[in-house]
Design a protein around this ligand. Sequence first.
Ligand code: GTP
Length: 414
Amino acid sequence: MLKAVILIGGPQKGTRFRPLSLDTPKPLFPIAGIPLIQHHVEACAKLEACKEILIIGAYTTNTMAQFVTDMQKEYHVIIRYLQEFTPLGTGGGLYHFRDQVRAGNPSAFFLLNGDVCADFPLKELWHFHEERNNALVTIMGTEATRQQSVHYGCMVREPSTKSVTHYVEKPNSYVSTLINCGVYMCSLQVFQTMAESFQRKQDVFYSGNGQASPDSGYMSFEQDVLMQLAGTNKLYAMQITNWWSQVKTAGSAIYANRHYLELHRDRVSQEAPCTILPDVFVHPTANVDNTAVIGPNVSIGAGVTIKAGVRIKESIVLNNATINDHALVMYSVVGQEASVGEWSRVEGTPSDPDPNKPFAKMDNTPLFNTDGRLNPSITILGAGVVVPAETILLNSIVLPHKHLTRSFKHEIIL
Ligand code: GTP
């Protein structure tokens, strides 16, 4: 029997995802028509051996209740949400709830960062892990460019056994182009290593030199587990070559949307009441005029209204938004219940990985550059925003419930 743990952080995390996370917690933001972490749930539920999925985070149980209920209905697997009393880091929550993970004595468990996107080759990861008797943790790894690798956990492997001999989290200088994808398979004995790390931290704290942080139970899986296990023949890495990315900034949602749509062609809309340029997901309750042209890479949420002559590409339109006649929406996210006026143009700039660099990942550029100017990125309309008719909105971010009265370029409208 196997289990899975999905780490989703809390309201304090995901700040780079604002304003998209102001209305919807990042783990529940819809990508290709379903919440971000439903892709994880789906991948785990596909494995018959996986009997329980534990979602660990610092969001309130109320925030997660509906999602958990929906998932229980849709997938035949036990799904529970466990709330941390305070954000405990990527290892602290897992350690705190260790008895819940160990209950029923699973042979191993998957550990998935809630903000990564991939086709999650969990079966391969499980077999890879099982083939190595002494493995406590197997990391799913992928190749990055030399320049970008330093923004991730970097590892060096022993070529024949694939055991990780060296692991550094976000190194200051180049270590390796093999990076940690934030997807792991762990044996239950990993809790022994975590107990030792926990004890070490307590010893430092109680040695009373005033330097240590208070005893909060905070633990980093990367620093306190992976770095400890490197070089002990208990840590392994399985390298993948398929698509993998993270959802950190709002711009990365559009990139992930494109790939998840491609991956789930079975779910995307083949037939829609208008011209579709694949891949497109249109929720069955959306009301779309037959003269609209949608795609490629568009997700349309529940209750959305799309009127005559509208053109939408590379965008996500959230529930109950309205796109009025002949408006154009490109590289943008239109928030829930927002409305785009007739003949208006809402356009952003894609922030895709450099297609000319092999293994390039997305640059999660900050909102502002060093001159204090907004970096070009996708355009975001917060929930309930109203864009009047015949207006242009370019590379801008509009906070929720603003009623615009004119055009804007490269601005944050507060
Ligand atoms: P950044 O570039 O700083 O975002 O680093 P990172 O990619 O290593 O991400 P980070 O370590 O912050 O988070 C990895 C995953 O763990 C994400 O899915 C987070 O939501 C999740 N996570 C981070 N901190 C916590 C925490 O305190 N509790 C829980 N349950 N999950 C967390």
